[in-house]
Write a protein that binds this ligand. Structure first.
Ligand code: IVH
Length: 668
């Protein structure tokens, strides 16, 4: 094969693998094999410069640094979105839309509002020729070279009906995990970490040296089209499907809505998924679908009248540090806790935030009296992001990490090189009540009524020293406690009694073995199926479990080496705890991974999920090669498309009902 043909072949292959990796999240080859292809292409292009071209994947990295960003004046202004913050404001938007459309009813498309950096990408004859930041909407900054380093941005579009000229609008962002990894890297090399994924995406894209951008794991989703020549789209859906077909990354999360109720449902669904999405969002964008309707609606000065951002509660706010304390956890770990003047963030009022350890406190140079940014992402405990230095008055007081435990007054020790400090007293009441709380928690023995306060009271009163003592409690003993009536005492005793039959994995989790979370507890239960073999397992046997490494294995063995832990198990068994081994999966869908997409006519998404789980199947959020099949309802979008691309079987709702209907009938 001659060099020209090989270069063409390599370019096609690399473009294909970029797609697999960055758009489909589903690579077919290892990073090393990918690098080898890229290296071969680079060297061929060097030897045969006549075949080099600006849309080659080798042009993504190491391009010449720009001295400053050039200005880009665009053909069509980049608008921004109007906001609404509640149902009334949303209804107002819908009312205006309906009024303008007269006799016609709008269909809306709802999609996540990405919390990143808006960009415009220009394609000419299918090749990526220019990319820019939003700037003031009309004039932006030319960041073409930097954008070329994004692997999810195809340098050439493929497929049919590609417009001669095409402006695509989208968002550059960092996935949460990439943000975390990147910050760890920055910290390790002594550099300042970024405050949040959005800032780091902006900072990474607006680098004068594209090689720096190339080293940052930026992602991209496209969601609109600006000016274009040579074709039109009848609807937003059609546009997104075309963009996706041409190889551009389109967010698969979207849902159609024909009325306010459906929009509100989409809003709640997205809000519920917010914490588990791999990227940050700050609302739901509601867009009129039909292009003809958009035309009628037109625009106001800065915003289109056919779309609105229905904003989520903010996740990051300013707060005043009233005090810094330490708390002692069930393992004895002593962690700083920041007491805040209460603020509303991420949908709830918070008055506390955690810092992981003393070093973090030092690094952030946090003092009592400081104003700080506090962030609450999803269900996680709020954290202090950064001190607002400009609000310092000079009256702030540094915090001195205590040398003795605030609860039991035993010394606090921090080993050389360790980041966490521990209370040295194994019998510290804080550790005991912490363990009790964990033992009774939802993922553990799930004992209703045994909350923080009662655990504290039980430990302080000496009624409960170890979790096994719970099973000896009488109603009379409980009702003797402060603010405890006979009725609630009886309820708690019943709940304790009811916890005796417990799945083995939940009991293992409840023990509070360091490093063992719910997922690990499940793996342990599946491996050992009973407490006996587990409590005498060696590190070698433990490491036969795929997700258990040497450190965790050692933590588990250390736990069992302590006699009080072996005694706890004996006492729990003597009290009548009977752990049940995990049931082998037997359902008709066992071993199957299933993805739901679109709207099902006959059942809610939750009902469908529950039915699948009852039949032993597993639900996944996105389609990959490992997906057993996709169940497609009406309005199915990108997931369906992806299933087709990957050759994953697609089932209609009827076919799915037939499967589960058959297996869920009383006869089975
Ligand atoms: S459409 C004219 N769709 O939100 C409408 N924007 O305040 C153009 N954004 O500058 C934007 N996710 O950076 C649209 N799914 C989405 C979006 C989205 C995030 C950003 C975009 C825009 C800002 C508007």
């Amino acid at each position: 094969m001659d060099a020209g043909a090989r270069i063409l072949e390599l370019k096609t292959q690399i473009a294909h693998h970029d797609q697999r990796y960055h758009v489909l999240d589903n690579p077919e080859i290892s990073d090393a094999s990918y690098d080898a292809l890229l290296r071969e292409l680079k060297s061929l292009e060097l030897q045969h410069p006549e075949f080099a071209s600006p849309d080659s994947p080798t042009q993504r990295v190491g391009a010449r640094p720009a001295t400053k960003f050039l200005r880009v004046t665009r053909r069509q202004q980049m608008l921004s979105l109007g906001n609404c913050f509640n149902g009334d404001e949303l209804a107002e938007f819908d009312r205006r839309v309906r009024k303008s459309l007269g006799a016609q009813s709008p269909r809306y498309v709802c999609e996540p509002k990405m919390d990143g950096l808006a960009v415009e990408l220009v394609f000419e004859g299918g090749s990526f020729v220019q990319g820019s930041t939003r700037g003031d909407g009309t004039v932006g900054e030319d960041v073409t070279q930097n954008l070329k380093t994004l692997r999810s941005l195809p340098l050439r579009l493929h497929g049919s009906n590609i417009p001669r000229y095409l402006e695509v609008r989208g968002e550059v962002f960092l996935k949460k995990t990439d943000f975390q990894k990147m910050n760890e890297g920055l910290l390790a090399s002594g550099q300042e970490p970024f405050v949040n994924p959005r800032n780091s995406a902006a900072g990474s894209l607006r680098q004068l040296n594209p090689a720096i951008t190339a080293a940052r794991p930026l992602s991209l989703f496209v969601y609109e089209v600006g000016a274009l020549d040579g074709r039109t789209f009848a609807s937003h859906e059609e546009k997104l499907r075309a963009l996706s077909r041409w190889g551009l990354p389109v967010n698969p999360w979207r849902t159609g809505a024909v009325d306010l109720l459906a929009i509100e449902r989409a809003y709640r669904e997205l809000l519920a998924e917010r914490a588990s999405l791999p990227y940050e969002i700050d609302g739901l964008v509601v867009k009129v679908d039909a292009s003809a309707h958009r035309e009628i609606l037109g625009r106001a000065s800065k915003n289109p009248r056919w779309a609105i951002a229905y904003k989520f509660p903010p996740e990051e706010v300013e707060a005043l540090v009233e005090d810094i304390l330490v708390s002692v956890g069930r393992t004895g770990a002593v962690t700083p806790v920041v007491a805040l003047r209460p603020v509303f963030v991420g949908g709830v009022t918070i008055s506390r935030a955690t810092l992981h350890n003393e070093d973090e406190l030092r690094r952030k140079d946090l003092r009592i009296g400081d104003w700080v940014f506090v962030r609450r992402a999803g269900d996680v405990i709020p954290e202090v992001v950064k001190v607002i230095a400009s609000r310092r008055t000079g009256l702030e007081r540094p915090f001195v990490f205590p040398a003795i435990c605030p609860v039991c007054e035993s010394p606090i020790a921090r080993e050389e090189g360790a980041v966490v400090a521990y209370c040295t007293n194994r019998r510290c009441p804080a550790q005991r009540s912490g363990l009790l709380r964990h033992f009774a928690s939802r993922g553990g023995m799930d004992i209703e009524g045994l909350g923080d306060r009662l655990c504290q009271l039980l430990t302080d009163s000496g009624l409960v020293n170890a979790p096994s003592d719970l099973y000896k409690l009488s109603v009379a003993q409980l009702s003797s406690l402060e603010r405890m009536g006979d009725k609630s005492a009886a309820n708690v005793v019943a709940a304790i009694e009811g916890s005796k039959r417990i799945p083995l994995n939940r009991l293992i989790y409840a023990l509070g073995i360091p490093e063992v979370g719910e997922a690990t507890a499940k793996s342990l239960a599946e491996k050992f199926r009973d407490l006996e073999p587990f409590r005498c397992a060696t590190t070698a046997i433990l490491q036969e479990i795929p997700d258990i490494g040497p450190e965790m294995a050692k933590a588990i063995c250390d736990y069992w080496e302590r006699s009080e832990n072996q005694e706890l198990i004996d006492a729990l068994i003597a009290a009548g705890i009977t752990p049940e081994p995990p049931r082998p999966a037997t359902g008709i869908l066992s071993g199957k991974t299933i993805v739901l997409t679109g709207t099902l006519a006959g059942m809610s998404r939750d009902a469908a999920k529950a039915a699948i789980e009852r039949c032993g199947g597993k639900i996944a959020g996105s389609v990959s090669k490992k997906t057993s099949f996709v169940i497609a309802g009406s309005d199915a979008g990108a997931k369906l498309q992806k299933a087709r691309t990957l050759g994953v079987p697609i089932l209609s709702e009827e076919a799915f009902l037939e499967i589960i209907g058959g297996s869920e009938s009383p006869a089975n």
